[in-house]
Design a protein around this ligand. Structure first.
Ligand SMILES: NC(=O)CC[C@H](N)C(=O)O
Length: 371
């Protein structure tokens, strides 16, 4: 096995073994606490610009299949794990995780003390890091990590968003039939793609929407032309304050159409309404975040993946609908007078619990209520 090094900007480094592609990867290092779902995590475009550590100790045991994908390719910059399973077994598996990362040209490192690494990030906060299978001198890699462009200085949405307009008709996955097709004509939901996870599109189709996906650049003109019943702003990578097209779009349509936002979409809505975003110490990335719905007090266990958050104190004319019970951060709000509705967590799950999936139904009902 080939040696690999992960070096962090704070001077710490870990020596392990390479898996997946050989070479180098740079990025903001974040940890994900989900026990399952590595394929969905790898293909989530919101991770563009980031190296992901899995806290669960053995990864790769169910291989990689053709269905559990959230976009067309692996999106993480690099992947860090404790132990790669030596074999895989699942009725849907087509290949190993190692082969999948090699095919996608993504560098992985294994056999390092992920617990020590994660404890460090929890104490110090987000760090930049480099994985290399080429450079033997960790000090050089530490210096390189210090020079990586901050996530807030990069245009990551541009790297993952669609350039084309397309219709989407794949719905939820069924154990016996695979992905179900949708054939609804109404309501039409325009999804502005900042790096959309496919399960958001699938959930909308399964709740009976006709889904059209738009590139973020030029989406305003397209929405004028298509005249959809509602707009959904997707998740996506990087700093929401950089997504000026999205912020302008909300301001232009907020008095005209129902708008829903998920994760980056929620943050963009917050900024468009005059609010402020800030960076969390080490973010929320996992499948066990308890969120309280303040409207009726019930609690949902949610899937999450974000480093930025909206400051609730900075918002006016909104009702706070959801909060995170682990750290009291804002998880969702709706506008008091306009049909604007957004959540920071991932109601589409994938991976993670499906407790919050009915939010898509509520959104579609909102479209009909206005029709
Ligand atoms: N999943 C997302 O949409 C992430 C939003 C944003 N990039 C963040 O890190 O907070």
């Amino acid at each position: 096995m080939k040696r690999a090094i992960l070096a962090l900007e704070d001077g710490t480094y870990f020596v392990g073994y390479s898996f997946g592609a050989e070479g180098e990867a740079e990025g903001e290092v974040v940890f994900n606490t989900s026990m399952t779902g590595y394929q969905e995590i790898l293909t989530d475009p919101s991770y563009k610009g980031q190296i992901v550590i899995m806290t669960y100790t053995q990864i790769g045991n169910c291989g990689v299949n053709d269905e559990d994908i959230e976009s067309e390719k692996v999106q993480v910059n690099g992947f860090v794990i404790r132990e790669l399973s030596t074999f895989y077994s699942n009725w849907r598996a087509k290949k190993s995780l190692d082969e999948y990362l090699k095919e996608n040209g993504v560098v992985g490192i294994q056999s390092i003390d992920t617990r020590a690494l994660v404890k460090r990030i929890r104490e110090k906060g987000v760090v930049r890091g480099v994985i290399s299978t080429k450079e033997e001198d960790p000090r050089k890699l530490v210096r390189r990590a210090r020079n990586i462009k901050d996530i807030s200085e990069q245009d990551l949405v541009e790297k993952v968003a669609t350039k084309e307009v397309y219709y989407w008709n794949e719905g939820d996955w069924n154990l016996y039939k695979g992905y179900i097709r949708g054939d609804s004509e109404k309501p039409i939901i325009a999804v502005v793609d900042f790096g959309v996870k496919r399960n958001i599109l699938r959930r909308l189709v399964s709740e009976g929407a006709k889904v059209i996906v738009l590139p973020p650049y030029g989406a305003r003109e397209l929405i004028r032309k298509i005249d959809p019943d509602a707009i959904l702003l997707s998740n996506g990578p990087g700093d929401p304050a950089k997504v000026l097209d999205g912020i302008r779009l909300v301001r232009e349509f907020m008095e005209e159409k129902p708008i829903m936002g998920i994760c980056l979409g929620h943050q963009i809505i917050g900024i468009a309404l005059g609010g402020k975003t800030y960076k969390l110490k080490f973010g929320h990335h996992g499948g066990n975040h308890p969120v309280k719905d303040l409207r009726d007090g019930h609690i949902e266990i949610t899937s999450q993946n974000h480093n930025f958050a909206v400051d609730p104190e900075s918002l006016k004319d909104v009702e706070i609908t959801h909060i995170n019970l682990l750290d009291n951060t804002l998880e969702g709000f709706r506008h008091k007078y306009l049909p604007i509705y957004c959540v920071q967590y991932h109601p589409e799950a994938s991976p993670g619990p499906h407790d919050a999936k009915n939010i898509f139904k509520e959104f579609i009902q909102l479209c009909y209520a206005r029709a």
